[in-house]
Design a protein around this ligand. Structure first.
Ligand code: AMP
Ligand code: MG
Length: 438
């Protein structure tokens, strides 16, 4: 209620700092599409401060689109309503889907019109709530300053805040890398299981906490295809759906490089450096297996299998790709198949004989339909629905956004009258494109 009042809205719009707060723009570096940018930072965002949530956990409260900062470079520091609502809708959906993520508390229209390539757009400020805003790029920035004491303070802070058990390890910085690798393996597996394409996995957009951050050109995959890319600037497909685990590992290697000075003494010998590199590399090399394990468990649950069956999974992926089957629809259809609707799943596959052969092998596992429905969403932020809701809001009608948020808040819970939200988007027409919103 307080936040809805005039004083609360003034804070959420970025026009007044909350009492006692000293807002800061955070510095960070980062690899963008593989190229190193030494100084990025919050160019249009501010960390208002930290609060404790109801469970006593620290939360960053952060404004995006609140105006220029010393990191704004050529930018206007502003954000358009559409992209901020997009972050709101998709991050809240991700939370409901069980993917760790920053949350969205509010989007406030500023009443300003801001200039973008597509014309003048309504401006807005998003309030983002996060476990923290520490990124791989934060460590890259600190490491590049060459100040080991500062880097150590950052590592100690990150450990205390997110991975406290690493403090007990023989080498806390090495343990920090290990913990970040673990949470990122789990996170990216969850993305892959729900068909999420982040779209801009630059090292400044990867958190130390293991939360999804920065909903720019993200989108959900329709038909299963590892090469799925939506971002208008991702020409090489670097951040395609199927590349995400490999990119996560690449980003972790950048974190390992940043942490290296903390694994050696002030004036290390070559041998000391080699030894530190070897230890960091061992952690990095364990990432694919960690990821595969998280993904494998997830797929086993999606298919309702009581024991792993790798061949069944890989044959399914080949079938879905070859037959261009909608990812989300398929897994819900499987549960319907078990309940006796024998056309639900096979009807989605043009090559019915191939579908039948796979389905027979799968049914032999005697999967549990209800258990499957608890992990396979029926409602995800489908691209056409998100686009439609944002267009309405930009034109002044907020109702479709509120409705979409309400549907996506219970993604596993099929409700009457919501068929439209479960249906795949049109497959004809131009390929869906997303933009960074900057
Ligand atoms: P992003 O693509 O949102 O991860 O942002 C990459 C970098 O560009 C970050 O340093 C942002 O703060 C900065 N940036 C994006 N949009 C703007 C803007 N309108 N004004 C100033 N800085 C921006
Ligand atoms: Mg970013």
């Amino acid at each position: 209620e307080a936040l809805r009042g005039p004083e609360g809205v003034a804070v959420l719009a970025g026009s007044v700092a909350p009492a006692g707060a000293e807002p800061v723009a955070m510095a960070y570096a980062g690899h963008q599409f593989g190229g190193y940018a030494p100084r990025l930072g919050d160019g249009r965002a501010l960390l208002l401060g930290e609060v404790h949530d109801r469970e006593g956990r620290r939360r960053d409260v952060h404004l995006k689109g609140s105006g220029r900062t010393p990191f704004a470079r050529g930018g206007d520091g502003k954000a358009a309503l559409g992209p901020m609502l997009r972050e709101y809708v998709v991050s809240e959906a991700m939370h409901a889907l069980g993917c760790p993520t920053t949350r969205s508390l509010a989007v406030v229209s500023t009443g300003e019109r801001i200039a973008r390539d597509t014309g003048m757009l309504p401006g807005a400020v998003l309030t983002r709530v996060a476990a923290s805003h520490l990124r791989v790029g934060t460590f890259q920035y600190a490491a590049a300053l060459g100040d080991r004491a500062l880097l150590r303070r950052l590592a100690d802070h990150a450990i205390a805040r997110h991975h406290p058990d690493a403090a007990e390890a023989d080498s806390p910085p090495l343990a920090l890398l290990e913990r970040v690798a673990a949470v990122q393996a789990d996170l990216v597996a969850r993305w892959m299981l729900v068909g999420f394409v982040h779209g801009v996995m630059n090292t400044d957009n990867m958190t130390i906490s293991g939360e999804t951050i920065d909903y720019g050109p993200c989108a959900f995959m329709d038909a299963y295809d590892p090469a799925t890319v939506f971002s208008s600037i991702d020409h090489g497909g670097r951040y395609a759906y199927g590349n995400q685990p490999g990119i996560a590992q690449w980003n972790l290697a950048r974190l390992a490089e940043a942490l290296l000075p903390l694994l050696v003494g002030d004036e290390p010998t070559e041998g000391e450096v080699d030894d530190a590199v070897a230890r960091l590399t061992t952690v990095l090399e364990a990432f694919p297996a960690r990821y595969e394990q998280a993904w494998g468990h997830g797929m086993q649950a999606k298919l309702g299998l009581s024991s792993p069956d790798d061949d069944l999974v890989s044959d399914l992926l080949a079938l879905l790709e070859e037959q261009a089957v909608d990812w989300t629809t398929w897994f819900r259809a499987l549960a319907r198949d078990l309940r006796g609707d024998r056309d639900a799943a096979r009807g989605l596959v043009p090559d019915i004989a191939a579908a039948d052969a796979w389905l027979a092998r799968w049914r032999a596992h005697q999967p549990d339909a209800d258990a499957m429905d608890a992990v396979n969403p029926i409602y995800v932020p489908r691209n056409h629905l998100v686009e439609e809701a944002l267009a309405a809001a930009t034109a002044g009608d907020e109702a479709p956004v509120h409705e979409l948020v309400a549907v996506l808040a219970r993604p596993f819970d099929e409700r009457p009258g919501l068929d439209r939200y479960a249906a795949p988007g049109p497959t004809d027409g131009p390929r869906y494109r997303t933009f960074c919103g900057t």
